[in-house]
Structure formats: structure tokens, C-alpha cells
Design a protein around this ligand. Structure first.
Ligand code: HEM
Length: 245
């Protein structure tokens, strides 16, 4: 097991110098979604780095570069290698896999399912028990890519047991990480109860925020987030069983 702890800052410093090896630069590409008009700062990993490529985007509340935001609108585009076994991808809001709020996303039956996860070790992350909320603005799924635009509230600071952390938007940079898996999860009806194995590729990088990331239209865009996708999860098996006396 590895622990980055206080080395995170040093790590990000070193990463700034070595990002060419990791597939994406810190400098964002500003992207306007044609359907919603939402303007994102985006960072992409190329096909050479991860099968089919992957793009992460952020849009922030208008004051986020001065006062730390507690929410954001995210863009996530990941790749599928075929139409049935169409993979999963994930985002780390703290950069590292450990001690950061994680989001897993995967396509299934033309819907994108998500689950907040957390881990303090490099092993399968369990369901996050904090109050982060994800609401979808739009999603598209085709045979090569799945794309989700979502609002994430209470996602920029996190606490799970004795582990906690945060992402400071006023710092002007975010430490981000991503992971992508070619193999799809099992039990895809229920995102909090999927089975999955370690990603096929992953990376950690420093994302510089441009002045366009914080937008006066943020509240209007956030109001477009109306769809909650929870999936179909079987009734809990831990319900009290009556004693057969
Ligand atoms: C069974 C599940 C998983 C296992 C066994 C696993 C294992 C690992 C291991 C061993 C590493 C270190 C790789 C290296 O340094 O060579 C790593 C890195 C990473 N993982 Fe995972 N992982 C799992 C799921 C996830 C998920 C669900 C996410 C995100 C939603 C994620 C995000 C990351 C990221 C961003 C990194 C790179 C940054 C870092 O090393 O902390 N992982 N993972």
C-alpha cells in the first residue's frame, strides 16, 4: 500500500515537470457544449495514453476563483471499445486514488450510471457515505464514447471516517486524477453495488484553471441539472430477519 499524505504538493510539483509522460498538459482547452451552452475548461488524455481517449471538464460558479466553490458542473467523456463490454471510467477530485472523493461512471442501456466512492488504500473503493450529490444535465452513449454533463454538489471537500480532504478552486489549480477500464462492471443495474476490477489506465495531473472556468451563467446552467439516476438496487439483504422461535 502506498501513502502520499503530505507528499501530495511535492508530487504535483514534480508532475508539472513530467506531464508529457502522463498524456495531458495542465493547460485547459475551453470547450462550449453545443446543446447547453455550458463553457468548460477541459483536459484530455490521448488515445495513446488510454484506449479511445478521455476528457474531463469543469465549469465553476462565478466567484470560484476568489472564494472556494463547494460545487461544480462536470464534463466527462470516456471511451468504450465495443457496444456490449463498454467499460467504466472514474475521476478523482483530489488527484490521488486514496483519500480523495472518487466518481465512477459507466454506460448501460443508453444511460450513464454513477457512484461516489472512497478508499484509503489502493484496493477496491467502497461507496462514499458523505453528502455529495450528483444530478445529470445530459448524457449520450454511442458505440465508442459515453459523455456525461452533471452537477456535483458538496463534491469539493470530503470526509470519510478519519480521512478528509478538499479541492480549492481559489488556488487557481486543481489536482485531478482519472482512471479508465476496458472491462465493464458487473451488476450494472445498481451503481452502488457493481463489481469491478482495477482500471486499465490511470493518471494524476495538475489542472490549471482559466479565467473562463468561473462563469456568471453558472446558476442558470446548474438549474438544468434535473435528472437523478440511482439505478435499480435490490432491497437490502441486511434487513432484520425475524427469529424463528
Ligand atoms: C478494484 C478497484 C481498484 C484497484 C485495485 C485500484 C488500484 C490502483 C493502484 C494499485 C494504483 C497505483 C498504480 C501505480 O502507481 O502504478 C491506482 C492508481 C489510481 N487509481 Fe485506482 N484502483 C481501483 C479503482 C479505482 C477507481 C474506481 C478510481 C477512480 C474513480 C481509481 C483512480 C485511480 C487514480 C486516479 C490513480 C492514479 C493516482 C494514484 O496513484 O493515486 N482507481 N489504482
Amino acid at each position: 500500500m502506498k501513502s502520499f499524505g503530505n507528499l501530495l504538493t511535492a508530487l504535483f510539483g514534480a508532475l508539472t515537470l513530467s506531464q508529457r509522460c502522463l498524456g495531458q498538459t495542465s493547460t485547459p482547452v475551453v470547450y462550449e457544449d453545443p446543446d447547453t451552452g455550458i463553457v468548460f475548461d477541459t483536459w484530455s488524455a490521448s488515445e495513446e495514453v488510454t484506449s479511445g481517449g478521455l476528457t474531463i471538464g469543469f465549469a465553476l460558479p462565478s466567484t470560484a476563483l476568489k472564494t472556494d466553490a463547494t460545487e461544480y458542473i462536470g464534463y466527462l467523456q470516456c471511451s468504450s471499445t465495443n457496444t456490449t463490454d463498454n467499460g467504466w471510467c472514474g475521476l478523482s477530485l483530489g488527484g490521488t486514488m486514496t483519500d480523495s472523493l472518487l466518481i465512477i461512471a459507466y454506460p448501460y442501456n443508453n444511460t450513464i450510471y454513477t457512484s461516489f466512492r472512497y478508499t484509503t488504500e489502493y484496493s477496491k473503493p467502497t461507496v462514499y457515505t458523505g453528502n455529495a450529490t450528483l444530478t445529470q444535465i445530459s448524457s449520450t452513449v454511442n458505440s465508442t464514447h459515453y459523455t456525461l454533463i452533471y452537477r456535483c454538489q458538496n463534491c469539493l471537500s470530503w470526509t470519510e471516517g478519519s480521512s478528509s480532504g478538499s479541492a480549492s478552486t481559489s488556488a487557481g489549480t486543481l489536482g485531478l486524477g482519472w482512471a479508465q477500464s476496458i472491462a465493464a462492471p458487473s451488476n450494472r443495474n445498481c451503481p452502488d453495488n457493481i463489481g469491478f476490477r482495477e482500471h486499465s489506465s490511470e493518471s494524476i495531473f495538475v489542472a490549471d484553471l482559466s479565467s473562463e472556468v468561473a462563469n456568471p451563467s453558472y446558476s442558470e446552467w446548474a438549474a438544468l441539472a434535473t435528472k437523478t439516476v440511482t439505478g435499480k438496487c435490490a432491497a437490502s439483504t441486511s434487513a432484520a430477519v425475524p427469529r424463528s422461535t
